[in-house]
Ligand binder design. Structure first.
Ligand SMILES: C[S@@+](CC[C@H](N)C(=O)[O-])C[C@H]1O[C@@H](n2cnc3c(N)ncnc32)[C@H](O)[C@@H]1O
Length: 212
């Protein structure tokens, strides 16, 4: 076993368990869906729950539900009056994900909306205290433009995949729009004085952004 795998196993054995429901969802995601690596998984899921516990957001926005793993982790950390709005652009995902969300103990706190978050979020009259950005990597700057006016002062954006498998430190290949999207976003955040920011090299890179 590689040392990184040993460390990962060690970490997983010394943090909170993800619980039977999420373990079953992760298994089902791997058995039935394409690209199951997109699901947050045990470690990142526990971190998301912990961040929600710390921030105590009333309203959370998620861009990119996929199988619902991260949504359920964030919902688990919310206070009883908290609400999570999670958007998924791929309507073929609905048959898999909706039952997992609706049969969970957090069903009444989760709004699962099929459609493009960029189009639908502006139609909601909601101010968010936290946003988890995990959609199309080419659109991260568009998500940022859309979220910032709808984010409370002192609110947080958590952006996933901001190290993009290490491609952010390689020479940009022509036609690699996803790496370009992430690089442009990282540059934008780094130079934006309206926010405080830190990148955590966890999994594929997680940027935590706080609106001043
Ligand atoms: C990495 S997966 C999300 C994984 C999930 N957040 C988790 O951690 O378990 C990204 C998802 O974002 C969806 N997506 C991409 N662009 C979107 C958009 N503009 N609005 C809503 N969903 C989008 C994709 O269809 C895909 O299912």
């Amino acid at each position: 076993m590689y040392e990184t795998d040993l460390i990962e196993n060690y970490i997983l054995n010394h943090i909170d368990d993800e619980g039977e429901y999420l373990r079953a969802l992760y298994r089902d995601t791997n058995v039935k869906l394409l690209r199951p690596r997109m699901a947050s998984g045990h470690l990142q899921g526990r971190l998301l729950k912990m961040l929600v516990r710390m921030i105590r957001p009333k309203n959370i926005l998620e861009i990119g539900t996929y199988s619902g793993y991260s949504a359920l982790c964030m919902a688990e950390g919310m206070d009883k009056d908290g609400k999570l709005y999670t958007f998924e652009i791929n309507d073929e995902q609905e048959d898999f994900t909706r039952p997992w969300l609706e049969k969970s103990p957090y069903a009444n706190q989760i709004e699962f909306i099929i459609g493009d978050a960029l189009e639908l979020v502006p139609r909601l009259d909601v101010t968010f205290d936290m946003a988890f950005v995990d959609g199309d990597k080419r659109k991260y700057n568009d998500y940022y433009d859309m979220i910032m006016p709808r984010l409370s002062t002192g609110g947080y954006i958590i952006a996933d995949n901001t190290l993009w498998d290490g491609h952010v430190v390689e020479e940009l290949r022509k036609n690699d729009a996803q790496t370009k999207g992430i690089m442009d976003f990282n540059h934008r955040i780094a130079t934006d004085n309206n926010v405080e920011k830190v990148i955590i090299p966890l999994r594929d890179g997680l940027t935590i952004i706080r609106k001043k």
